[in-house]
Design a protein around this ligand. Structure first.
Ligand code: ADP
Ligand code: MG
Length: 696
């Protein structure tokens, strides 16, 4: 087939000139396999090489083309040896600095030479400087033309130069002009006076004319960018909706409500369900009565009582004769759920089994058997529940706590634990902290959503203060006071590196230090390196009040519930995301006593760090905090593992482009109804190479 008539999504990138085996691999690493992929590999910024800036007008921290005559060229010995050239035009002078240079270079760059340079202007020891600029000699008699377009800068990887990528995208663009990338949006879906066509948008973004609106481009707000952002968001949404449609086609057990058991359970509680809990529990109960799998996301702020709602669902399943799997992200949390569920469910005659990766030997056999023969109606565990040896007799409901730590594929693995063909258990996914609305709309479009938007009555908001660790002494005194009044205290250590070992060491050091300064206080230590049995011992000693101060790493982040703890110190809170801090802070303020959280930061604090801690001080509302976290850190950080491969957006930005989401939703519905044939093409165009759920 001649290149010109091949659709570019079918044309391998190896058809471009100069792409051999090695380059092919490198491109594949960037997700580029076809010429269409090449075109969708978009610049993340541009350089303006279309005009010469007078040296006198060059500004620090901008990219410029300048031209001038070399007036001096010397080797200087500062902190590092460098070659320094003074370049002058009739508006001023500027320095070019080379730390690495060859002899030939040094001889060429001599006084009197005429240069054109391109580089970033920085403030240096000799005033404004260009460090290692690109340069070429000029000949007055034969002027060199300047670029006619803005120069794209592409995301790249090691060993793949910008020049290379520019050449390849130029070749791809030449093929594009043959009209070979299919327009997939429905006719009239976009206001044509506002947005360019797909082809125009791609041409523009790879090769913007020199008068292009660079401020819009830099902000990602140019109509050409927005046109593609819409399409990308659309593809993501369609991908998730497709996933949802696939699971809706499966069958699931119809589980009738269990009035008597759940009434009994609720009567025995020492408190009343909040109205929000009742509403959400009713939604779930009705989902369980449908012949298709429930796929529900349960959101609620820290401490809003999600576990109880989960227990109600498990009771319904058990009374209908089905098993429930409850999956937690950490051993500590699984252990705690086991405690809660066992004490809640045992009086109802519902047996709870339990499984983590560290359960071995006979104990493990016993649990596995209870799961397999169905005598355990509820099974609590960590991802050990996914393992193949775990066979459920009759799994009807999977409850996944703290979803953001699990990937979609893990959810799938659990779903597949139902034996019968084309059937799946109901799924309830609970998040640790609220997810911003825009993120929920895009990242969780495959799920229905319930929100517990009310805290149990009688909670006093945690009072948060931000204090420099230079005032550590005061804090130690504060701990002493709190403990002498019978309160309990957490001290949380954080570390920059994701190293359990270093983090454990840091926590040990702090615990030793505190034992020295607070000899009268019983101090426990818990970190990720402890054996589970040891961890359990410490946690239950703290829960039982035998320990007054618990030094911990962020392993205690999720779920731990000790209502008598009313003071928490978080060391170096600036290292954590807001959602994580909020989650940690939620460990206090669970009793009736006023609680305090001390954010003990390492001075000096960056302005972003200080901004973030200020938010923690100002609000206790997890939904507000989640929105701020999204603004400050972006969706990847906020969603955690969920985003790997799924929300890794190329051009859209959920925060910036939130205003497009309603439109995206409308177009998605239209496509599914009227152009189902285009849905797959769109998904393939944007997501093919990273579709985690393709094989599910
Ligand atoms: P989270 O939503 O963070 O998972 P939990 O389910 O751990 O919250 O509940 C936090 C605490 O609130 C627990 O001690 C739980 O027993 C208690 N709780 C749950 N619901 C209510 C309620 N309606 N009234 C009072 N306390 C409640
Ligand atoms: Mg919880």
């Amino acid at each position: 087939m001649p290149l010109q008539s091949t659709p570019l999504d079918k044309l391998p990138v190896t058809q471009l000139k100069g792409v051999g085996v090695q380059l092919k691999e490198k491109l594949a690493g960037l997700g580029i396999q076809t010429v269409q992929d090449m075109l969708l590999h978009l610049p993340f910024r541009y350089q303006d090489r279309t005009r010469v800036v007078p040296i006198g007008a060059a500004q620090a921290n901008t990219d410029v083309v300048i031209e001038g005559e070399i007036r001096a060229a010397d080797i200087v010995y500062g902190r590092r040896r460098s070659l320094l050239c003074r370049l002058q035009d009739n508006t001023g002078t500027i320095s070019l600095r080379f730390f690495h240079f060859s002899n030939a270079q040094r001889q060429n760059l001599k006084v009197g030479g005429l240069l054109r340079c391109f580089g970033e202007v920085r403030r240096g020891s000799s005033g404004l400087e260009l460090i290692h600029p690109e340069y070429q000699f000029l000949d007055k008699r034969a002027p060199r033309p300047l670029e006619q377009h803005l120069t794209p800068v592409y995301p790249t990887s090691e060993g793949l130069t910008q020049q290379r990528l520019r050449k390849l995208s130029a070749q791809a663009l030449a093929l594009l002009s043959e009209g070979s990338v299919r327009e997939l949006l429905p006719e009239g879906a976009l206001d044509a006076s506002r947005y360019p066509t797909l082809e125009e948008a791609l041409q523009f973004l790879h090769k913007p004319p020199k008068n292009a609106a660079t401020d819009l481009l830099a902000a990602g707000q140019h109509p050409a960018q927005q046109r593609l952002a819409i399409e990308e968001l659309l593809a993501h949404r369609l991908g998730l909706l497709q996933l949802r449609a696939q699971s809706r086609q499966k069958s699931a057990p119809v589980i009738p409500p269990s009035e008597s058991l759940s009434q009994r359970f609720i009567r025995e509680l020492p408190f009343r369900l909040t109205r929000a809990q009742q509403r959400v529990a009713a939604q779930i109960s009705s989902d369980l009565q449908q012949p298709h799998p429930m796929l529900r996301l349960l959101q609620g702020d820290v401490g809003s009582g999600k576990t109880l709602v989960a227990a109600l669902a498990a009771i319904q399943a058990a009374s209908g004769g089905y098993q429930t799997a409850v999956m937690a992200p950490t051993e500590i949390l699984a252990e705690q759920h086991r405690g809660n569920f066992a004490s809640w469910l045992a009086p109802l005659g519902i047996k709870v089994a339990w499984l983590t990766g560290r359960l071995k030997g006979k104990a493990r056999e016993t649990q596995l058997k209870a799961i397999e023969d169905g005598s355990a109606a509820v099974v609590i565990g960590t991802h050990a529940l996914f393992q193949e040896q775990v066979i459920f007799r009759n799994l009807g409901l999977a409850i996944i706590d703290e979803q953001h730590r699990f990937g979609v594929h893990q959810r799938m693995a659990l779903k597949n634990k139902r034996q019968a063909d084309n059937s799946a258990p109901h799924q309830l996914i609970m998040t640790a902290t609220p997810i911003p609305r825009t993120l929920a709309m895009s990242a969780y479009a495959d799920l229905d959503c319930s929100v517990i938007d009310e805290l149990p009555p009688g909670r006093t908001p945690v009072n948060t203060v931000v204090i420099s660790n230079q005032r550590r002494e005061e804090i130690v005194q504060r701990i002493r006071n709190a403990c002498s009044e019978g309160q309990q205290v957490y001290w949380v250590c954080t570390l920059i590196e994701e190293s359990e070992v270093l983090e454990a060491q840091a926590a040990e050091a702090i615990a030793d230090e505190l034992k020295l300064s607070l000899p009268e206080i019983d101090i426990g230590l818990v970190h990720g390196r402890l054996k589970p049995s040891a961890k359990e011992r410490v946690m239950s000693a703290f829960a039982g009040g035998d320990l007054q101060l618990l030094v911990a790493t962020t392993v205690i982040e999720v779920g731990v519930d000790v209502p008598n703890a009313s003071l928490m110190i978080i060391e170096n809170p600036e290292r954590l995301g807001l959602a994580q801090l909020h989650q940690l802070r939620g460990r206090v303020g669970r009793g009736t006593r006023e609680s305090h959280c001390v954010l003990l930061y390492g001075a000096p604090l960056s302005s972003q760090g200080s901004e973030r801690l200020k938010i923690m001080r100002q609000t206790n509302d997890g939904f507000v905090i989640a929105e701020k976290d999204l603004q400050l850190r972006g969706p990847g950080e906020v969603l955690g593992t969920r985003q790997t491969g799924e929300l890794d957006l190329r051009i859209a930005d959920l925060q910036r482009d939130a205003h497009l989401l309603t439109l995206v939703k409308t177009i998605a519905d239209d496509l599914m109804q009227h152009h189902p044939d285009r849905v797959q093409a769109l998904i393939d165009r944007w997501l093919r190479h990273r579709l985690v759920y393709a094989d599910s």
